[in-house]
Structure formats: structure tokens, C-alpha cells
Design a binder for this molecule. Sequence first.
Ligand SMILES: Cc1ncc(COP(=O)(O)O)c(C=O)c1O
Length: 425
Amino acid sequence: MPTREEITYFGAGPALLPTDVLQNAAQALVDYNSTGLGIAEHSHRSELATNIINEAKADLAAFLDIPTDEYDILFMQGGGSGEFSATVYNLVGAWVTRRRQDLLRQFADNHDKVEAELRRAVDEDLKLDYIVTGGWSQKAHAEAVRLLGPDHVNLAADARTVNDGKYGKIPDEKDWTLSRDPALVYYCDNETVDGVEFPAFPASLAPRPDGTGPIVVADMSSNILSRRIPVRNFSIIFFGAQKNVGSTGITVAVIKKTLLPPTTPQPEPALLRKLGLPIGPIVLSYETIAKNNSLYNTLSIFDVYIAGQVLKKLLRTFPDKVDGQQAVADKKASLIYAALEAHPETYRIVPDASVRSRMNICFRVTKGGDVDASEKAFLKEGTARGLLGLKGHRSVGGIRASNYNSIQLEGAEKLAAFIREFAKA
Ligand SMILES: Cc1ncc(COP(=O)(O)O)c(C=O)c1O
């Protein structure tokens, strides 16, 4: 059996964590900071736990330049999949609140009129826009349809329509059919399964000069902390921790404070019930989690601690913060893509060059015509060299090298060398 030092693990998530972080965490599990009690045993209500939460929030904000006077950082549970639901519940609620506030201004105290107009607005105008570019945004879209019904959910773009029924391209923004005043515009910044990453923030979703603009929600589960984000363009950014941030068990939501009280309180459940809209579980309520500094219910402080240690290490390693990490991430991805491109007779990169993910590098091994046999041989030889976790997602097959932050430059170099040697063999 290989040792940890002998392998490079390219799994898509859970992913590799820095060894020194794990070593410290192992010690912290037994005895945290000489308290005689392990980190997973301390109360989540203790001062020590609150400090861990607040430091992780501050370090995340520092690394990504998140303006904390405008954004709150929440530690949630339920994974990225939980956020597919949370974003719907919370932003439909926020949309109803905004409409109701407008109607109250318009019709003053005529509550019957307000109620009738609100009902009409929900029936006719409530829309959620989804840009579907891969398996994860497809799932998020499906969840919105499941919760609200198809009439309220607008598939504003479906990448399969521009690529022979498969993911691998992003439709031209001029062809997106965005709604007027949608409750949200949703996209997945990096599609982990399909290896498709938005090259930049979509220009058509940018705020207007007066500061207004669409309510943009992005799933950044698999590329967070790997490049600079124009944070102010987003209303919500969410990500599961288990790829670039830490261990499985917490999900982070970065949310614009204007979507929270006092500006935008969630509607009363009774009102939502009257309007025929779903009422979300309390543990997915951003308002509730924000009000309680992520401690509405028992949170895994151990997972927050791990994320915090990863962030501290990043801040120590990169004085220029995320820009430094971005340069390394880009370099590692270029090395691997260059090796693949050097051998078109052996490899076919799955996504179009314009949208290739720097984090999840998806390709087929076409050498010799028998793709299945070639890919099996590639995986077997890779394993023998300590290059593990390269099998593509079960839904699409092929090879996927997940090039997250914890893959060192040498790891990417080893993979690139193997790609070249396998082609030549
Ligand atoms: C981009 C993206 N979004 C969402 C998810 C779902 O995350 P979870 O399994 O934590 O629900 C994943 C999982 O791999 C993902 O890669």
C-alpha cells in the first residue's frame, strides 16, 4: 500500500487536504489547545467555538476580499444540494417581500387590494431563471421545478442545445432568455462533472451603472478560492467545503445583507401558505442562520476549524491572497491541458476550449480506437504511479483530473508527464 507522500489524489470531492492541516486536526481532535477536550467534543456554544467561526469568516473575507459591511458569511449544513433548495425558498421569500413592500407603498392601507395584487403578481410574474451548463445546474434547476412547479421556473439557457445534446459549451449570452425581474438568476461557475467553467462573470448579469441589477446566485462548490471573484456582482455565492475549502460537513453561503432583515425580512409562513408558495425548513433559512451567527442548531465546529486552518495556510502562503493562488491554479491547469493537446491522437478533451475548467479536467483516451480499454489502461498505469482518483463521474465516464488547490505544482507536473508518456508508449 502506498504512503500519503507517494500518491497524488485527483478525486473530485471529497478532495485532498494539506497534510499539515490534517496532522494538526488529528491532535485537535484529541485535545484542542491544551483544554483536555477535543475540538469535536467542545460545545458549539462555547467561546472557543465562536472564535473559530468568527476567525474562519474573517479569513475567508480577507482571502477573497469580501466586503463584510455588505455581505454576511453563513456556515450551513445540507451540502451544495441543500443550497439548491435554500436559494429557492429564501429568494422567493425575498421577492414576495419586495413586491409586497411596493404594493403597500402603492395602495397604502388597502390591505385587501395589496393581498389581491400580490396573489396576481405571484401567479403571473414570479420567475426564477436558470442557466444550465452541466449536471449540477441541471440538478439545481430540477429542484426549483420540484419546489415551485414548472410555471415559475425559466430555463433561460440550456447548454445541451448548442452542443449536440451534451454539456461542453456555454450558450452565447445574447441567446439567454432572461425574465423581467426574476427572483434569481442562477448559474454554476464550475461544473464538476462536465469540466465546464465560466471563463468570467457573465456580462449580461452585471450590475447597471445605478447599482441595480439581477439577483445573481452562483454555485462555486468546485472552484471557490481558486480565482478572484467580483463579489459585488452576486447576491449569493455558495459552496460545499469538501473540494477547495475543507472537509465534508459544512456549506458556506456568502449573502448580500440587503437580502436579510431589516431590509428584506422573510414573509410570514401564513402569507406564503395563502399564496400557495412553499415554506422552507428553518435550518435552510438564511435569516435564521445569519441571526444566530451560524449557530441556530448544532454545527460541526470541527469542519469549520478545518476550513479555517486551510484558509490560514492560504493566507500564509499567498501574501497577495487569492491572486497568488489563482496564478498557481492557472499554471497547473495549463500544464495538464498542454500535455493533452500535445497528443490529439491519444486524447480528446471533452469541453470546448473556451469553457475548459481549470479545476476539473475532463478528457477521453481515444488511443487505438477502443476507448474503454484505453481508459482502463490509463487508470491502471496512473494508479501504479501513485496518480489516483482519475476516473470520470459515473454519469459521463472518461477521465477527470480534479486539480484543486491542494494539488501541488509537482502533482500536476507528474500527471502531465504521465499523460505524455502514456501517449508515447
Ligand atoms: C458544483 C457542485 N455543486 C453541488 C454539488 C453537490 O454537493 P453536495 O454533495 O455537498 O450536496 C457538487 C458535488 O460534487 C458540486 O460539484
